[in-house]
Design a protein around this ligand. Structure first.
Ligand code: CA
Ligand code: CA
Length: 144
């Protein structure tokens, strides 16, 4: 039997948490990253389900964004809550996905996630600037 190996190194995990932290420093929006080894079925459906499981649909302004990556299945998806989804078009999510995949093609998983988090942070900042009493409504830790 295979031992359960860590999906991300500590360094990679720290890079991603820092990217989330930096993005959230500009916006009231909340970003999370979820990593799996494999994904059966549709990545977007998995991402939507996780979004609810992680209670990401319970933020004040409904402006959470979840990134989902199944490393071995090479499956990626991003899901934004209705607050942010109303502001951006589908093209925005497509752009994020294309950008991430272009990094993944060069085997740069962390770079792709980092860049996507940064792009979402900038977009969130436009519509949901940081408030003086901002709360970190959702943990910045990576979920597995
Ligand atoms: Ca916040
Ligand atoms: Ca957060």
């Amino acid at each position: 039997m295979l031992f359960k190996k860590k999906l991300l190194s500590s360094e990679d995990e720290e890079r991603l948490i820092k990217a989330i932290h930096d993005a959230e420093n500009k916006t009231s929006g909340e970003i999370r990253v979820h990593i799996e080894a494999t994904c059966k079925g549709d990545a977007l459906e998995a991402c939507k389900k996780l979004f609810a499981d992680l209670k990401m649909d319970q933020t004040k302004d409904r402006n959470g964004i979840l990134f989902f990556l199944a490393i071995e299945s090479r499956a990626f998806a991003v899901w934004g809550d209705e607050g942010i989804h109303k502001k951006v078009t589908d093209e925005f999510w497509e752009l994020i996905t294309e950008c991430a995949i272009s990094y993944f093609k060069h085997h740069d998983l962390i770079g792709g996630l980092e860049k996507s988090v940064e792009m979402c942070g900038e977009k969130l900042q436009l519509y949901f600037p940081l408030e003086h009493d901002d709360k970190d409504e959702l943990s910045n830790e990576i979920s597995y």
